[in-house]
Design a binder for this molecule. Sequence first.
Ligand SMILES: Cc1ncc(C[n+]2csc(CCOP(=O)(O)OP(=O)(O)O)c2C)c(N)n1
Length: 344
Amino acid sequence: MVQGSQWRQAVKHFCAKTGYPLLAEPLSQLRIDFKDVTVLQHHDHLLRSSWSKEVAPDIVIRLGGPPTCKALKKWLEHHRCPMIMFDPFNSWADPSFTTSEILSVGNEGLSAIAEIIDPTMADPQWQTTWRSANDQASTTINNILDSEPLLQAAVARELGRHLPSDHVLYVSNSMPVRDIDSFMEPHSDSLHVIGNRGASGIDGVISSAAGAAASGQPTTLLIGDLAFQHDMGGLIAARSLDITLTVVVLDDQGGGIFSHLPIAQVTDPAIFEKLFTTPQHLPIAGIVEALGIEYQEVSDARTLADLVREPQGIRVIRIPIDSSHDIDQHLRIGRAVADSIESS
Ligand SMILES: Cc1ncc(C[n+]2csc(CCOP(=O)(O)OP(=O)(O)O)c2C)c(N)n1
């Protein structure tokens, strides 16, 4: 995770000069639509397919903390190629032991290397391989999302596309941050995507987003229904602030993330729902309106785009999500992307 405009300039310069593809986690502030850099938004899908086993890098340069994307972590562990880690604060944070060299320097080191590196050392085919796989994944994903009802993947994509400039997108843990990773396209450099992956808590998320909004930047929070319920107090407190905060609640009736785990396949559905999904049947509309907060219910991408483009005051947008359709769509997207890149 890398922040700051100097890092941004250094990374842009380095990748543009070498042609190295940039695998940018969404909270890195680097998943930006740099015109002359191959920024991959679908590395999560690409690296989960068997294609990734054949695509072995000669070298990896790691900036920021260890990867949170599981597929990326496994890919690095699988290939164990030379990996240079820029580590200005000497964190030595390398839980997978995949780093071969640690440089105690920051963006100035990367900029200096970008100045002197010979761009002809890099194989242009490497960039083409990644770019075409990423484009193919995009086409496959967009075909599915554009032809089906609004579910969590499309919400993540639409927010990246339509939030206005100078805006903060605050992302809750559980599926929101994963879907933002898997589906948000490279965006403008004036959209700041933040979250708190640390211990991955679903507590205090509305309060944190309200804190971000209190810095003066209009903020949109993407949050699941359990995390929303967990911090109702944060919503109540936020009313006393003069902030612009849109809370987009993905209401899939409980912790949808658990249905992606193997245990969901081997547990009696009623027991699984009671012990894992724990739907709360919270009357979100009634609660929000009782607090005097604007409430909208949205079930199509165009209405969502129109609303998020025009932030105002504090409001809650609830998107009802059919959990079984959502899980099925994630599985189908994974298979379709793998099929499309493996058969090309
Ligand atoms: C404070 C806290 N309690 C419990 C958990 C365990 N946990 C992880 S994800 C999750 C479900 C979150 O549900 P929701 O916010 O609706 O998001 P979804 O899974 O549907 O994406 C829970 C309970 C946690 N991470 N943090």
